[in-house]
Design a protein around this ligand. Structure first.
Ligand code: ADP
Length: 671
C-alpha cells in the first residue's frame, strides 16, 4: 500500500521541531550556565574586594597600635620594621608631623631600590592630598594610585594612605603608609578564589594598574568590583577563561537531550503502533467489506432481533424478500411489518415462547410472511441465539429461506409424477391392446356366429321363436361382454383427479379381473381371489389402487411364462388375498386404526438378489418390452395413501407382494 506523502511531511516537521527544541534548550542551558558562571565570578570579585578592604581596615588598626607602643621616633623604628615584615603589601612607613615633615621613616626590607630612580619628594603631592583628606575626615584616607618607576627599569603602582596620629587626645602628625598595589592583590586576597583566574587593579577605562595573575585566551569572562576606599576608588578586575561548551555543556542539557531522545523513541514507537493499528484497521475494513459482499451475495435472508423483538440488523436479501428497505425495518418492534395481520396473534405467542427461553428447533420452522405489497409467501426460519463477547444473550439471529420456489418445484414434481403415472397407465394399456383385440375377437366371433344363426332362423319359417330370442340374448350378452372389456380399459386409462373414497375390496377386484383374465387365459394361469369375511372398505383413490393391483398381478403372471412352473405341478396360479389387519401397540392393546392388507402371490421364478436390490428403481426392468416403472409407481401410490408395500418369497416358490391401505371405517371412528 502506498503511504500518502503528507505523513512523511508531518514526521519531518515533527523531527525538525524536536531538533529545534533541542537546539534552543542547549543554547538556553549554555546561556544559563554562562550567566551562572558570570554571577559566581562577580560574587568572587566582590568577595576579593571585601577581603582587600578588610585587610586595609585591619592594617589601619595595626598602624594605630604602632604609635601607641612607640611614642618616640627611635622607639618607632623597630615596631615599624616588624609591621613591614608582617605586611608585605606595605612598602614604606613614615611618621610625619602636622606640617608633613618627616619624623621617622622605614622601608620594607622586601623591596629594594624603590627610591633609587626617583626621590621620595616626587610623591609628596599625593601624600599631602591624602593627609589633607585624612585631616578632614579624622580618619585614614588614601591618595590616588600612581606609577613609581624603579631603578631596575621596572616600576610599581603605589598608593599612599595617611592616618592622623592621635595620642592622649593630642594630634601628633600623620602616619603615612605606602601601599604597593601588587602587594594588596597578593597579600590581602583569598587565594582559594584565584585558582585559574586573573586578578588585577585597573583604571575605570580598563588600563591595567597592577597585576596579580593573568589568564590567556580570547574567550574570557570578566567581572569588576569597585574597591571604595576613603579618598580613592580602585577597580578590581577578575578574569576567568570561559568554560568550554561541549554538545551537552551540563547535566541539564544532557537530561533534556536524553528526554528528547526518549520522546523521539516514544514517537517512533507510537508511529509504529499507529501503523500497526492502521494495518489492523485496514484488515478489519477488508474483513468487513468481505462480510458485506458475502451478505449481499447471500440469497438467504438474515435478520437479527434484540431481546425485545426489535430488529437490529437485516441483510439485502431479507429486504428484497419482504419488499421493505433496511431503514424501514431496523428499529421496528412487534408486530413485525412482515406479519400477515390475521396471523399476528399466533406469531406473538410464538415470540413469547421463544423469549421464555425455549430451545429453538435446529431444523427451523415454516411460516408465512407478507410482502410490503400485501402478497404472501412461505418461508423457512432457522433461528439461533445471539451471544455477545461476554457470553450473555443479546437477541436472536434468524436465517430465512423463501420457500416459494421450492413449493413451485414441488408442485411441478407432483404434476409430472401424475403425468408419469398416466403415461405408465397408457403404456400398460398399449401393452394390453393386442390382448384386448385378441379377446374382443371372441365375443365378436360369437356375435357374428349368433347373428348368422339368427339370420338362418329368420329365413326358416318353422324355426321356433324361442331359439331366435335365445340367439339374440347371446348376441346381446357377447356385445355387453365386449363393451365391458372396452369400458374397463377406458375407465382405467381415463385420467381423473385424485379422490379418496371408500371402496369395497370386491369392487377393486371386479374392476381388474376382466383385464387380468385376458392374460391369465393366454398363459394358462388360474386367478384365485379371496376376501376375508367382514373386511372393511378401504379409503383410497380407486383408479390408482386398481392399477397397483393390476401391476402386481401382471408382474406375477409374467414371472410364470409358459411351462414354468409346468401345468402338472398345480402351481400355475396367482392368489389375491384381502384381509383386515389391526396392528397392536407395544403392550398388546389393539390400536384404533384398522388397515386392509392386499397380498398378491405368484409361483414364478422369484427374485434374484440383484433384482431385489433394484426392484423399486424407476426404469429397472428385466423384460424386453417392460418400462421398469410399475413397482416404483406402486410404492409411491401406496405411500401416498399412508400404507407400505413389501415383498417376500412365497412357498413353495415365487414371490408375495403385500400392501396396506387404511380402512374407511377406522378413519370415521377416529377420535
Ligand atoms: P416392468 O414390469 O415394466 O419390468 P416393474 O417395476 O413392474 O417393471 O418390475 C421391475 C422388475 O422386477 C421386472 O422387470 C422383474 O424383473 C421384476 N419383478 C417384478 N415383479 C416380479 C415378480 N412377481 N416375480 C419376479 N420378478 C418380478
Amino acid at each position: 500500500m502506498k503511504r500518502p506523502p503528507r505523513r512523511w511531511l508531518l514526521w519531518g516537521a515533527l523531527l525538525l521541531l524536536v531538533v529545534v527544541l533541542l537546539g534552543v534548550l542547549v543554547f538556553l542551558a549554555a546561556e544559563y550556565e554562562e550567566s551562572r558562571d558570570q554571577e559566581a565570578l562577580e560574587r568572587d570579585a566582590s568577595a576579593l574586594a571585601g577581603d582587600i578592604r578588610n585587610g586595609l581596615v585591619r592594617n589601619v588598626q595595626t598602624l594605630q597600635a604602632l604609635h601607641s607602643v612607640a611614642p618616640t621616633a627611635d622607639s618607632w623604628q623597630d615596631p615599624a620594621a616588624e609591621v613591614l615584615d608582617q605586611h608585605r603589601e606595605l612598602v614604606r612607613l613614615e611618621w610625619r608631623d602636622a606640617g608633613l615633615r618627616l619624623v621617622a621613616e622605614r622601608d620594607s626590607s622586601y623591596v629594594s631600590g624603590l627610591y633609587g630612580q626617583m626621590s621620595r619628594a616626587q610623591a609628596l603631592p599625593d601624600v599631602r592630598q591624602a593627609c589633607e583628606s585624612a585631616q578632614r575626615v579624622s580618619g585614614p584616607s588614601f591618595s590616588p594610585s600612581y606609577f613609581w618607576p624603579m631603578s631596575s627599569g621596572l616600576g610599581m603602582e603605589l598608593m599612599e594612605m595617611c592616618l592622623p596620629v592621635v595620642r592622649t587626645g593630642a594630634a601628633e602628625g600623620y602616619l603615612v603608609a605606602t601601599y604597593a598595589l601588587p602587594g594588596l592583590l597578593s597579600e590581602l586576597t583569598n587565594k582559594a578564589l584565584l585558582r585559574n583566574r586573573g586578578l588585577a587593579f585597573t583604571e575605570v577605562d580598563g588600563t591595567r594598574l597592577a597585576l596579580y595573575s593573568a589568564v590567556t585566551g580570547n574567550r574570557l569572562q570578566v567581572a569588576s568590583a569597585l574597591l571604595d576606599l576613603p579618598g580613592h576608588t580602585l577597580v578590581l578586575r577578575l578574569e576567568s577563561p570561559r568554560r568550554v561548551a561541549g554538545l551537552f555543556p551540563n547535566v541539564l542539557t544532557a537530561v533534556v537531550g536524553a528526554l528528547s531522545l526518549a520522546l523521539l523513541a516514544v514517537l517512533v514507537l507510537l508511529g509504529r503502533d499507529m501503523r500497526r493499528r492502521q494495518r489492523a484497521e485496514t484488515e478489519v475494513a477488508e474483513a468487513l467489506a468481505f462480510r458485506k459482499a458475502m451478505e449481499n451475495s447471500l440469497v438467504t435472508g438474515l435478520r437479527a432481533r434484540d431481546m425485545n423483538g426489535r430488529v437490529t440488523y437485516v441483510n439485502p436479501a431479507f429486504c428484497q424478500m419482504v419488499g421493505f428497505s433496511a431503514s424501514e425495518l431496523i428499529g421496528s418492534g412487534l408486530p413485525a411489518p412482515w406479519w400477515p395481520p390475521e396471523l399476528v396473534n399466533e406469531y406473538q405467542q410464538r415470540q413469547a415462547v421463544r423469549l421464555a427461553g425455549q430451545v429453538l428447533p435446529r431444523e427451523g420452522y415454516e411460516s408465512v410472511f407478507q410482502r410490503k405489497d400485501g402478497t404472501r409467501f412461505p418461508v423457512l426460519i432457522i433461528e439461533a441465539p445471539l451471544i455477545d463477547a461476554q457470553g450473555t444473550q443479546t437477541g436472536f439471529m434468524s436465517a430465512i429461506l423463501d420457500l416459494s420456489e421450492q413449493r413451485r418445484v414441488e408442485e411441478l414434481n407432483r404434476a409430472s409424477q401424475e403425468r408419469l403415472q398416466a403415461t405408465a397407465r397408457l403404456a400398460t394399456v398399449g401393452e394390453m391392446a393386442s390382448l384386448l383385440s385378441h379377446e374382443l375377437n371372441q365375443p365378436l366371433a360369437a356375435i357374428a356366429s349368433y347373428a348368422s344363426g339368427s339370420l338362418n332362423l329368420l329365413e326358416d319359417p318353422d324355426a321356433p321363436p324361442d331359439l331366435l330370442r335365445q340367439a339374440m340374448q347371446r348376441v346381446s350378452e357377447q356385445a355387453e361382454r365386449a363393451g365391458r372389456v372396452i369400458k374397463s380399459v377406458a375407465d382405467f386409462v381415463r385420467r381423473r383427479e385424485q379422490v379418496r373414497e371408500a371402496v369395497a375390496p370386491a369392487a377393486l377386484l371386479d374392476a381388474i379381473l376382466p383385464l387380468l383374465g385376458l392374460q391369465a387365459k393366454k398363459l394358462d394361469i388360474r386367478v384365485e381371489t379371496r376376501i376375508a369375511s367382514g373386511c372393511p372398505a378401504v379409503l383410497c383413490d380407486r383408479t390408482m389402487v386398481e392399477q397397483v393391483l393390476l401391476n402386481l398381478a401382471r408382474n406375477g403372471m409374467q414371472a410364470m411364462p409358459d411351462g414354468d412352473p409346468p401345468l402338472a405341478s398345480g402351481l400355475r396360479s396367482i392368489q389375491i388375498h384381502i384381509a383386515p389387519r389391526r396392528p397392536q401397540s407395544a403392550d398388546g392393546e389393539p390400536l384404533r386404526k384398522t388397515w386392509v392388507e392386499f397380498a398378491v402371490t405368484d409361483h414364478g421364478k422369484g427374485l434374484s438378489d440383484e433384482v431385489r436390490e433394484k426392484l423399486f428403481t424407476p426404469f429397472f426392468t428385466t423384460k424386453a418390452e417392460g418400462m421398469g416403472l410399475g413397482l416404483s409407481l406402486c410404492r409411491t401410490v401406496i405411500e401416498q395413501h399412508g400404507g407400505a408395500l413389501t415383498f417376500e418369497p412365497a412357498q413353495p416358490r415365487g414371490t408375495v407382494f403385500r400392501f396396506t391401505l387404511p380402512a374407511a371405517d377406522s378413519l370415521s371412528s377416529r377420535p
